[in-house]
Design a protein around this ligand. Sequence first.
Ligand code: SF4
Length: 505
Amino acid sequence: MSRLLFQGVPGVADNSTSFRAQSTIYGSPSTVSEADTLHEECGVVAIHHHPHAAHQAYLALYALQHRGQESAGIATADGHHLANIKGMGLVSEIFTDDVLAKLPGSMAIGHTRYSTTGDSALLNAQPIRVDSTKGLIAIAHNGNLVNLGNLRARLERDGAYFQTTSDSEIIVQLIAHSSAPSLVDAIAESLSQVEGAFSIVMMTRDRIFAARDPRGFRPLSMGRMKNPSGGADTIVFASESCAFDLLRAEFIRDVLPGELVMVSQDGVTSRQYASGVPQSSCVFEHVYFARPDSRIFGRWVQESRDQMGRQLARESGVDADVVVPVPDSGVTAALGYAEQAGLPFRLGLIRNHYVGRTFIEPEQRVRDFGVRLKLNPVHNLLAGRRVILIDDSIIRGTTSRKIVRMVRGAGATEVHLRISCPPTISPCFYGVDTPSKRDLIAANQSIEEIRRYIEADSLAYLSLEGLLSCVQDEKETGYCTACYTGNYPTQWVDVEDILPATASV
Ligand code: SF4
């Protein structure tokens, strides 16, 4: 069994203090990846009024595993107690039947996270459970706050004692230090003080709260499971609607940007704690992160990706024999491209789904296998053919070069790489683990230079206008495109991270 952290679990000693003692918790919370892929930071879920709330949270987290594979946690409440268990690893590794049985109650929140290894990572894993002046609160957060420094210093001056380095705890400490008369007022007041991206679920002993930041960076949906015995329905929240399918819950709606929803035994209430801020939902959720069977920001992801592939074919068609996706996230865009171009779609690269997380790879030399461990070419589909490869991003360029070489090594006569979004030129500060600008190849090299580096016969990206045309609907959702434009929708960004390579030498 994974090493687990227990807080408030009936019959189990609380061991969070020993984790704190072993951890350097006041270091940087940053977990910037050395890898050549982008990582989402988190997925969150919440369940209100279900006899097996912990198990339902487990299933929902299972469906959100793609949003973070390094740690997971579930907190439950039964009206009196608030128990919390979290551990490092996959949801299914941590939450065995034995562990789930230790989490009683009809309410639950859960979290799955991308992070680094070690005990400090476990301490920072979520949900975070804090015994505050407003009572016990557990919080699970997807996103990233950007005005951390000021708020943290101010709270510490006011006597706040932080258990973790996680920015999510700042929200709880703001709630604890609020002089607002009610808990819901304190939450609304606290949320309006933080800047950045947050889709959060919170739980007290008897209530669930769900909220999105005023710009709506990260998705968060609300659903319902009918109560077969005719009592109150189960209300569920999840980062993506694909989690509802596993629960057999029906999608009700998205939590709105700037909205705080409260669910108690009296029903569902909602308030708009912030308004008048332009929406800037993360367009990269549609490009890469969210599952194609999810509906986020009012649109099916599958539909967006199909459109991206079609638009890419219209913008940068090339004579070829076959369209091949880089699996898994390139598949839907490649289907759209192939259909638009009138070319055959072939699964010429096969992904090994059982490759573990990088930190459990035993030795560096195994890590160097990298792409070959994850992908393998289907020689008879590629040999002697002119191949259009469809992928969804080029970060440092090293992975793309290995894939191009792999396809050519399998006998392709030409390799044309097409990317279903614009060049990634700037880091994300809103919950996506991106390298700094100096490590982003497109921030420092022209498209022709990148083409030469990755050894492709041709290279083209989807235009920004083309991308935005593929994610629009009648509601005219506003999108963040900062990683493609460098235009950040918030003021607070880390200047060091947005310096190009030439400025850093
Ligand atoms: S910078 Fe890019 S990845 Fe980050 S929120 Fe904006 S669009 Fe999404």
